[in-house]
Design a protein. Structure first.
Length: 156
């Protein structure tokens, strides 16, 4: 069974989708996932609590079971994103090198764009080689807010 609920965060509404074992998706905005029941399960409550702590600057690492759906390549990229420390950024090229595919920058960008669990799988920490912010599924304004939140001098 799949469950969902909308969490009202500092960066706007986030729709959280999970099953009985793990988080499956987080969508920016209010969406109504197909074949899922609207119910604030224990796992959704945990995710909301950890997101709240993160947004308040009190959490730097998430501790939630994740089950993102995607290709093996995409999962490799998403696992690499989980290794980017809080407050740091990496380029698409850095991620390509991390997954032993140094020429795969564009493919890394596509996988990053399809990350089904943003914020928790920190695709916002990936930037262009020249330091530019490049696109973000939730919009560049949200990417900027998340990166600003993680700056050491940020006041919460």
């Amino acid at each position: 069974m799949k469950y969902w609920e909308v969490y009202e965060s500092k960066i706007g509404p986030l729709t959280i989708l999970c099953d009985d074992e793990a988080l499956l998706r987080i969508d920016f905005g209010r969406t109504e996932p197909l074949n899922a029941v609207r119910e604030r399960t224990e796992l959704i409550r945990r995710a909301e609590g950890q997101l709240e702590e993160y947004m308040a600057g009190k959490r730097t690492v998430f501790d939630l079971p994740l089950k993102p759906e995607g290709t093996e390549f995409q999962k490799k990229v998403w696992n690499a994103l989980l290794l980017i420390p809080y407050g740091e950024t990496k380029s698409y090229k850095d991620i390509a090198v991390m997954i032993d595919n140094p020429k795969g920058c564009r493919a890394v960008g596509m996988a990053n764009n399809r990350n089904p669990i943003p914020v928790i799988i920190p695709c916002h920490r990936v930037i262009g080689a020249n330091g530019s912010l490049i696109g973000y599924g939730g919009g560049l304004d949200i990417k900027v807010k998340l990166l600003d939140l993680e700056r050491p001098e940020a006041s919460h």
